[in-house]
Design a protein around this ligand. Structure first.
Ligand code: G1P
Length: 304
């Protein structure tokens, strides 16, 4: 299997209550909050499609139908825009439904990220040897890390995760890797120093006990074996069924796990502070809004 065909199915867990965005999330799923004018989940779906996914399984909870609806075509709206000659808007409206084929899996109870991923098992096809998992709270910039991860799976097999080097004082918010440098040569088409073997993984350790400062950053390329491991874990950090614990179980059983260290940027859309940073960052790059915003921010911040 070549790197470019390492996976065709991507899973996006989007079943959370979005408590950090209450009261808005009483009515609007946090995955649909706009980063400038586009929901965060569209960026994540576009990243999956760019890396070769043709199918997106959104794990959602009862009452969050709007997330999957967002990916359905809207013929009436399209006709109206077409009739008015709004071609740019039309392209924007058509983008999400055109990215990949979207289906949903329902997580009835919020039992943790591991449980959410496990809920997608019934949607898998016989030929899904590996699946990508993308957490919609994490924007990883620039895109491309999934393609590098696929190259590493093509070389070493098993599962491959994306790691960020995080300051130790922030590490206890993450799944953390126990890593070793790889001994064999890695002709993976990018800096081999950024590929490491994983000997263990622990969810949200106290900073002093963290095995490294390399943290999981919301991009996973998981061998199908993960679904069996997910059935064998017990509640871990926070009393939840953790994806990290299923990966740790696979490692303990000899399954190869590697990380690709991503040296780019990242936004955490999971809380208002991180979300605002992402929105400002994207808006500053926007041809229409960027110049004004930059000037206003200068004045606003200069006056503090
Ligand atoms: C989840 C994962 C954690 C990972 C993090 C990345 O945690 O459980 O291993 O490092 O996403 O954003 P959460 O942020 O959902 O608590």
């Amino acid at each position: 299997m070549s790197a470019s065909t390492a996976f065709t199915t991507a899973i996006v867990p989007a079943a959370g209550l979005g408590t950090r965005f209450l009261p808005t999330t009483k009515a609007v799923p946090k995955e649909l909050l706009p980063v400038v004018d586009t929901p965060g989940i569209e960026y994540v779906a576009a990243e999956a499609a760019e890396a070769g996914a043709t199918r997106l399984i959104i794990v959602t909870s009862p009452g969050k139908d709007a997330v999957a609806d967002y990916f359905r075509p809207q013929p009436e709206l399209e006709r109206t825009l077409e009739a008015r000659g709004k071609t740019e808007l039309l392209a924007k409206v058509r983008r999400a439904p055109g990215l990949l084929q979207v289906e949903t899996a329902i997580q009835e109870q919020a039992l943790g990220l591991g449980h959410a991923v496990g809920c997608a098992e019934g949607n898998l096809r016989g030929d899904d040897e590996a699946v990508a998992v993308l957490l919609p709270d994490d924007l990883v910039l620039p895109s491309g890390v999934l393609t590098r991860m696929a190259a590493v799976r093509a070389k070493f097999g098993g599962s491959v995760l994306c790691a960020f080097d995080i300051p130790r004082e922030q590490i206890s918010a993450y799944g953390v890797f126990d890593v070793a440098e790889i001994s064999q040569s890695t002709d993976v088409g990018f800096d081999p120093a950024d590929v490491k073997q994983v000997h263990g993984m622990v969810e949200k350790p106290p900073a002093a006990e963290a095995p490294s400062t390399f943290a999981a950053a919301g991009r996973y390329l998981l061998d199908r074996a993960i679904f069996d491991a997910l059935k064998r874990i017990t509640p871990g950090a926070g009393g939840e069924l953790q994806l990290t614990d299923a990966i740790a179980l696979l490692i303990a059983e000899g399954h190869p796990v590697h990380v690709v260290v991503h040296r780019g940027g990242r936004h955490d859309l999971g809380n208002p502070g991180g979300f605002l940073r992402a929105a400002v960052d994207f808006a500053l790059e926007h041809p229409e809004y960027g110049p004004d915003l930059r000037e206003w921010l200068r004045e606003r911040v200069g006056g503090v």
